[in-house]
Design a protein around this ligand. Structure first.
Ligand code: FAD
Length: 104
């Protein structure tokens, strides 16, 4: 999952959801990201701020790539933590339970 994806906006074509920013499932954000992409794309296309669909798509993609990159970074950190030797304590910490006395 590259964190710094760039491409030139097209006037009549765009991407959203996993097609635009595939990432591992360890932060549980994929569907949230896809739905927010759809909302932001619709808002951009309906906005009077942009003179053409090309401008609206370009603005949407810029915002989407930044958000997806931040979430992908967090997801990669979760992926590493959940596969580490301290994964059980990591999960306990996330849900506010004191670390277990274990070496797993
Ligand atoms: C194990 C696992 C656990 C996950 N857990 C979570 C979670 O807890 N929370 C969360 O938010 N996200 C989670 N996700 C991520 C989430 O499932 C995805 O981010 C989300 O489904 C992406 O939606 P999408 O519409 O972009 O793509 P998809 O859901 O993949 O939809 C794409 C659709 O396009 C269809 N398609 C593909 N090619 C073609 C074609 N050529 N013509 C026509 N149709 C085509 C496919 O059949 C599919 O139905 C998880 C993912 C996995 C794998």
């Amino acid at each position: 999952m590259p964190l710094d994806q760039q491409w030139e906006a097209q006037p009549n074509l765009t991407m959203l959801g996993d097609a635009a920013h595939l990432m591992p499932p360890y932060a549980g954000e994929g569907v949230n990201m896809a739905m927010l992409d759809a909302l932001e794309l619709a808002e951009s296309l309906l906005s009077e701020v942009y003179a053409t669909p090309h401008e609206a798509i370009s603005a949407y993609e810029k915002q989407m790539r930044k958000r997806a990159s931040e979430t992908a970074q967090m997801t990669m950190e979760q992926t590493a933590a959940l596969h580490s030797s301290g994964s059980i304590n990591h999960i306990l910490e996330m849900i506010g339970i004191p670390p277990a006395n274990t070496t797993m």
